[in-house]
Design a binder for this molecule. Sequence first.
Ligand code: G6P
Length: 630
Amino acid sequence: MCGIVAYIGNKNCKNILINGLKRLEYRGYDSAGIGILIKSCNKNAESESHEAGLERNRLEIKVVKQSGKINDLEKLLEGQEVEGTVGIGHTRWATHGQPNQLNSHPHYDCSKKIAVVHNGIIENYAEIKEELIKKGHKFISETDTEVLPHLLEEILKTDPCANLLIAMQILLKKIKGSGAIVALGTDYPDELIAGRIASPLIAGISKDGNFFASDMPAILEHTHDFVVINDYETVRLTRDKVEIYNPEGILIQRDVFKATWTLESAEKAGYEDFMLKEIFEQPYGIRETMRGRITNGIFNFDELELDDDKIKNLKKIQIIACGTSYHSALTGKLVIEKWAKIPVEVDIGSEYRYRSPLVDENSLFIAITQSGETIDTLAAVKEARKKGAKVMAITNVVGSTISRESDSVIYTHAGPEIGVCATKTFTAQIIVMYLIGLYLAKRKNLLSEDALNGFINELEIMPAKVQQVLNNAGKIKKIADNTYRHTCFLFLGRIYGFPMALEGALKLKEISYIHAEGYAAGEMKHGPIALTDTKTIVVGVIPEDFVYDKMLSNLQEVKARNAKIFALVTEGDANTSKYADYTFEMPKTFEELYGILEVVPLQLYAYYIAKNLGRNVDQPRNLAKSVTVE
Ligand code: G6P
């Protein structure tokens, strides 16, 4: 996730910005940059002409940016004169365009009199860019962000009454999407202007100057006094004032709050671990992944770029993935086959390339990988392309190897995941699976408009339903506190619940090191039932769906063998609790969509069990975030 830090005060800001950006490294990034307001320097001062003297006093924004780590940016800065007391800094986590120097922030307008850093996604940037190009603006990057300084420039040019603050207020009304934006202008040397829509941004106050930051850790060493900025508000930050304007442009008062967090707890936003933080970020990750694809009931997923002929001739979809991503592939198979009536084969990356797979140009090949770097998935992609298949990658990391080695890419926008085991990237992948299934069904006219709208509307409220589950995390914790000493866990589910049973078991073994198995509940009597005794916990995924009765019978069977049962049920299900020792209620949804609500309590369950056992949940033993060896 991008990070912003900005400063205006009486100190030199270069190191303040660099150190602030370092404090935001935990958010994940692939490039970094700073922009500082400096006096234009003329090295030959003795022989300078009058014009050159004027030039020397002119202000300019010196932008220095670099792909890679902040150390790389520091190396680039060595020996460069960038003295100034007003500046903006940014760590970029690419969403539009490769993570290279050109795409890094800050971005300039045409005249280089305005520079902007931005965290978020501008959904309508392509339209804005087109309009601005018609008006003569020239763009040099592939980013959505670059439209922002140009738009500010255009507003200032066409509206004589506008200043940078007013221009930002107008801009916020023109853009769709999310954004925390900070702008710096040579004509406005004593202020920084910010606007915010659904992306984090706070202001910090100190006796030596004021700050903007995406997150407290960036500036905690300078101040513990913060001011919250809400959506659609704009802010003028000067050396000694923080002026907040409401969406109507009226100056408002806001109390300062004192942060008591330490640096370490602030990085995790107060959560004990990154994993827990990321579990709780899932409503955001789901919303961001749907952003621009489902908006106010309108479904647009044309980025799949499948023409009518391709869809008509599509004989098979082949999905490959590893680990958690494999479980989202299994969900993809279920919903695509059900809604779009296209056969889907799912393979594990490491198996696929060695098994003489049948794939050709009439197949759609989808590779799912949160990191975009898993070697087995990449090798499978190579194999499929060799055989003539077009490969579509689904990944969370822009510019990752898979995004370069595939024919097309669909990004999940869960934000960077720091915890080794996948949580928020998984639910974002599931969303993409739903979108692909619904989109293909729509294109093939296989779902009535009502049915399609029903799913779309339900997906739009899914972040709120996931939040409802998260609000009850304490209940899961209690169940974990009561059951963590058990040594055998069997996760059972059927149909849509089966991939979630697999994922629940995987999460538990990954971070608690307890033996756990995920099974299709009907298959349980062909083996795992032999394991069940008083030491076994059976986690039953039993939503209100068309296999509810069958699932209930399976749970009764394990109950009869003295296993303890923890059941995930739909709210209002009074029946299952007759057999289950513990239950957790999920909100109601469509049966195809339950998976996303089921996996969240399963992640929490694994988390709390592992914590009870004193495990390092962010860095479990023997595991890596991206597995780049065979
Ligand atoms: C590693 C990670 C897992 C992940 C798997 C596949 O094992 O620890 O969390 O599910 O790789 O990774 P990918 O990046 O391809 O989704």
